[in-house]
Design a protein around this ligand. Structure first.
Ligand SMILES: [Fe+2]
Length: 146
């Protein structure tokens, strides 16, 4: 009996910027592919390719999020970039290990909670606070106003 280890997207993780929210959702989807794998029938290459896809997309997402923060002259850009870098480094060390699939699954679960949930809720939401505090709302074209 395989326990459900997936990381579930929740609407409350939306920060209100459409492009960022949809990239966050895609990251959940990419990491969850790992939890569909079965230790007995999965090759190291399959695991590796899922980790690489996740890591590549995470990097793309961080680059775009940083570009967005730069465009609004976000005051905590450097700090936020450092947090992204820490997540990238953590992920890189997991990708390099020769651990079994089950160990990778549990390590990725921890990283996903940190990279996806905690980071979105604690850090990415500060971008929206900054926009609101600076009354920039009307200038941002992709804000989700619903
Ligand atoms: Fe971020």
């Amino acid at each position: 009996m395989e326990k459900d280890e997936k990381i579930h997207w929740n609407e409350k993780y939306k920060i209100g910027i459409k492009s960022v929210d949809s990239q966050h959702k895609k990251l959940f989807m990419l990491v969850n592919r790992l939890y569909d794998l079965n230790e007995a029938t999965t090759s190291k290459e399959e695991v590796r390719s899922i980790l690489y896809d996740f890591s590549t997309y995470m990097q793309t997402h961080f680059d775009e999020e940083e570009e967005f923060m730069r465009s609004i002259k976000y005051n905590k850009l450097e700090e936020h970039k450092q947090l992204h870098q820490n997540l990238v480094d953590n992920l890189a060390s997991i990708i390099k290990t020769h651990a079994t699939l089950n160990i990778i699954k549990s390590k990725m679960k921890i990283i996903s909670k940190r990279a996806l949930i905690a980071h979105i809720v604690k850090e990415d939401t500060k971008i929206i606070d900054f926009i609101n505090n600076n009354e920039m709302k009307l200038e941002i074209t992709d804000l989700d106003t619903v």
